[in-house]
Ligand binder design. Structure first.
Ligand SMILES: C[S@@+](CC[C@H](N)C(=O)[O-])C[C@H]1O[C@@H](n2cnc3c(N)ncnc32)[C@H](O)[C@@H]1O
Length: 270
């Protein structure tokens, strides 16, 4: 560990209590089995937790409800933020300095959560960062990498295993769409770094968001039943042309997952 170079640079440390609640809820609902597998306590890493340890502490509480002996390690590239997080440390929750090399003293990670970290890097830095983090996953491990708004009400994330990206998930607080008359494509503002510059004609993510906006508009007749029913109707229509994952239970929460192969940037299709 001592000889490893810290990979990455210090960036803005903005965070907020409950900011990552939607991502945590999705992980437990859609990939909960990775947390409960195996006799050894799994190690999960909150990479780039920011100016305080609050989201790591929340993750620890949420995951311990599912796997009581899970070990959460918060890693930050900024040593001052490691110091700042120490008051949050408790049994099964520790903080240390580290970057994309994910130093874990010889252990590997079941889950790495890196949210709002790559946003401040260049698009060409995504693939090496993903590869570096993927190398640190155990055979059942998952990397969750994405971006969200300050309060976490709008966001998106990619989930990867050791080999490849699996899905992209888009997430909205549905009331915001109806109360502010916003189209679902507003999520383009909070796409993961790998896609944020790709919301242009000719790219699959652009086509997906355009189709979703159209389906949402067509579902306006259902608006009196509320935004949840409207989103279910819109995603049912979208699923005729796109490999959408999950079902109405997720869609009504404002959460839509699609196979990565359908939205991978042109030139990066697996
Ligand atoms: C905007 S904050 C995100 C905080 C938290 N994850 C959230 O979403 O609220 C980004 C943090 O990532 C840290 N960071 C940037 N690159 C990193 C890297 N390669 N390894 C670890 N931390 C990194 C920055 O120092 C910063 O504190």
């Amino acid at each position: 560990m001592g000889n490893e170079r810290t990979e990455g640079v210090i960036t803005r440390g903005t965070t907020h209590p409950n900011r990552l609640r939607r991502i945590d809820r999705w992980l437990i609902a859609c990939h909960g089995e990775v947390l409960t597998k195996g006799a050894e306590p799994p190690v999960v890493v909150d990479l780039g937790y920011g100016a305080s340890g609050v989201t790591s502490a929340e993750w620890h509480a949420r995951l311990r409800a599912v796997r009581p002996n899970v070990e959460v390690v918060g890693l930050e590239i900024d040593p001052a933020r490691v110091e700042a997080a120490l008051p949050y440390a408790r049994e099964g929750l520790s903080f240390a300095r580290g970057g994309f090399e994910v130093p874990l003293q010889g252990r590997s990670a079941r889950v790495i959560r890196a949210i709002n970290v790559l946003r401040q890097y260049g698009e060409d830095e995504v693939a090496p960062a993903w590869e570096s983090m993927q190398r640190r996953l155990d055979p059942d491990g998952l990397l969750i990498e994405g971006t969200c708004s300050e309060l976490g009400r709008l966001g998106s994330w990619v989930v990867l295993d050791r080999e490849r990206p699996l899905t992209l998930t888009l997430s909205w607080r549905l009331r915001d769409l109806t109360e502010q008359s916003l189209p679902p494509s507003i999520v383009a503002e909070r796409l993961p770094k790998v896609l944020i510059h790709r919301n242009v004609s000719g790219e699959p993510i652009h086509a997906l968001l355009a189709d979703l906006d159209q389906a949402w508009a067509h579902a306006s007749a259902i608006a009196p039943f509320g935004p949840r029913q409207r989103m279910i109707a819109a995603v049912e229509a979208l699923a005729q042309d796109w490999p959408i994952r999950g079902g109405a239970k997720r869609w009504r929460l404002g959460e839509v997952s699609v196979d990565w192969r359908a939205v991978a940037p042109v030139g990066q299709r697996a």
